[in-house]
Design a protein around this ligand. Structure first.
Ligand code: TDO
Length: 190
């Protein structure tokens, strides 16, 4: 397999998510990097069309966003990267028939390590910022649809995510403090 512009691609024990690092060409001016190449991406993942790009800034270290997904028919695959600061990024398998249902894959993505995480359909996504003023950019494969927007409790004990922040110090939106546990959700992905 020719990985093209990606230096490496790593899979997880949970089938689906992939982690890789685009090449960086550094010189006296700074660097150049192809952060997305459709031909290489399609060879890795299968034909995929991104229709929206999101950019968020979290001011405080220990900010948790998640766990989020869109229900079908607007389920999204997400390609996540960090351009400032660092995150502990999480993909929770919510495919009901999956042998790893309810388990999660995690990776540190940062402006320094330049890693990207692919989060396929059937996964809930969340992250915790590891530095102040962290900026996350991610492309998604379907448009935002408020009616299909769903969440799972970030601290669901059945999932048991080991977040890199004490619960008492975590910064969350009101919405993210009130999601149901995974066991309380209907089956969205078989
Ligand atoms: C996600 C999203 C939100 N919004 C609006 C709705 C709301 O008024 C405001 C903030 O939305 P949220 O609080 O949901 O933003 P946030 O908590 O950052 O939500 C994001 O979290 C990460 C973990 C994801 O995986 C994303 O898909 C998305 O769910 O932005 C859009 O207009 N388009 C979008 O695609």
């Amino acid at each position: 397999m020719d990985w093209g512009f990606y230096m490496e691609a790593k899979s997880f024990l949970i089938a689906g998510p992939l982690l890789w690092t685009p090449r960086k060409f550094a010189d006296a001016r700074g660097f150049f990097s192809e952060v997305y190449n459709q031909r290489t991406f399609d060879a890795l993942i299968g034909e995929t069309r991104f229709v929206q790009e999101n950019h968020s800034l979290s001011r405080v270290q220990g900010t948790i966003r998640g766990l989020h997904f869109q229900a079908p028919p607007t389920a999204q695959g997400k390609l996540v990267r960090v351009v400032r600061g660092a995150i502990f990024d999480i993909a929770v398998d919510i495919r009901r028939q999956s042998p790893t249902y309810g388990q999660y894959a995690s990776a540190v993505l940062s402006a320094d390590n330049w890693a990207q995480l692919w989060i396929p359909f059937g996964f809930a996504h969340g992250f915790c910022t590891l530095e102040p003023d962290t900026e996350v950019i991610y492309q998604v494969t379907d448009y935002y649809c408020q009616a299909d927007d769903r969440g799972i409790a970030w601290d669901d004990p059945d999932i048991g995510i080991k977040w890199p922040v004490e619960a008492a110090n975590a910064v969350l939106s009101d919405k993210d403090r009130s999601h149901p546990r995974l066991a309380g959700l209907p089956t969205y992905f078989s």
